[in-house]
Design a protein around this ligand. Structure first.
Ligand SMILES: [Zn+2]
Length: 237
C-alpha cells in the first residue's frame, strides 16, 4: 500500500495530472488549482499583480481536528514548492489533535462577510499588503505563510492595531484557550521542526498566528530578512 501511495505521489510530481493526488492519507490531497477554484479566487484572494501565478500554487485538502472535537476536512492554498510539506505538517497537527475552528479559503469570506468563523479562519495564500509594512506584499501573497486560529493568536500590526478586531484579550499569551499557540507546545514544535518560523518572534510586530516556511527565498522572494527564533538559538547554545 505504501509503495502504491509513494508511487502515486511520484507520478503526481512528475506528470502533474490535472486532478488532486493522494498524499499521506486518503483525506490529505494536494495538486494544481482546479478550474473551479481558480474561478472562485479570481478577483478575491488572487488578483492581477499577484507576485505568483495560479500555476505556482497548490490546492490542498487536509484533515483537521475541530473545536467541536471531531475530524473535519479543510481547504488551503499554498505555494506548490511547499505543498507536500504543508500536508505533512497538518497530518502531524491532526495527530496531536490541535484544535482548529475553521479552514476555508479566504475568498469564501468575500461572499460571506458575516460568517461567524471569519475572524478565526485558518488560511495560507492571500494576495494582500503586509500588515506591518503596507507598501510591501504580505508573505501570504507568495503562499508560504499560514495563519492558525487568528482570533486566539492575534497580531499587533502597524500603528499598534490589533488583528483580528475584538481579539485584544488574547494578546495576553498567559491565557489558555483552544487553538492558542505557546512556545514549546505541540504546534510550536511541529511547525519549527519542519522549518517554519514563528511570527511571535518577529523583530517587527508580534504575530503568533503566523508561521512562514523558510524556503530558498532568492527564487521566490526578494529582500526578506529571516530572524531565527529565540528557542532555536537557546537550543544551539
Ligand atoms: Zn500571517
Amino acid at each position: 500500500m505504501k509503495v502504491i501511495l509513494v508511487s502515486l505521489v511520484f507520478i503526481c510530481a512528475v506528470f502533474s495530472f490535472g486532478h488532486l493526488c493522494a498524499a499521506n492519507t486518503q483525506e490529505d490531497e494536494y495538486g494544481p488549482l482546479p478550474e473551479s477554484i481558480r474561478k472562485k479566487i479570481t478577483g478575491k484572494s488572487w488578483k492581477e499583480g499577484c507576485p505568483v501565478s495560479m500555476d505556482q500554487l497548490s490546492y490542498l485538502k487536509v484533515k483537521y481536528w475541530g473545536f467541536d472535537n471531531k475530524p473535519h476536512i479543510g481547504e488551503l492554498i499554498v505555494n506548490k514548492a511547499i505543498a507536500e510539506d504543508t500536508v505533512k505538517v497538518f497530518k502531524e497537527l491532526f495527530e496531536v489533535k490541535y484544535p482548529i475552528q475553521s479552514m476555508k479559503l479566504p475568498s469564501y469570506y468575500v461572499d460571506h462577510p458575516d460568517d461567524p468563523t471569519r475572524k478565526n479562519n485558518t488560511s495560507a495564500f492571500y494576495f494582500r499588503k503586509d500588515t506591518q509594512s503596507p507598501n510591501k506584499n504580505s508573505i501570504h501573497s507568495y503562499g508560504i505563510a499560514i495563519d492558525l486560529n487568528p482570533f486566539y493568536n492575534p497580531a499587533i500590526v502597524a500603528h499598534g492595531k490589533v488583528e483580528p478586531e475584538g481579539a485584544e484579550k488574547y494578546l495576553n499569551r498567559k491565557l489558555k484557550h483552544k487553538g492558542m499557540i505557546h512556545e514549546g507546545d505541540d504546534v510550536f514544535m511541529i511547525m519549527t521542526k519542519h522549518g517554519w518560523a514563528w511570527g511571535q518572534y518577529f523583530k517587527q510586530g508580534v504575530d503568533p498566528m503566523h508561521f512562514e516556511k523558510i524556503v530558498n527565498r532568492q527564487y521566490i522572494i526578494k529582500s526578506l530578512e529571516y530572524y531565527p527564533n529565540k528557542w532555536a538559538i537557546d537550543e544551539a547554545l
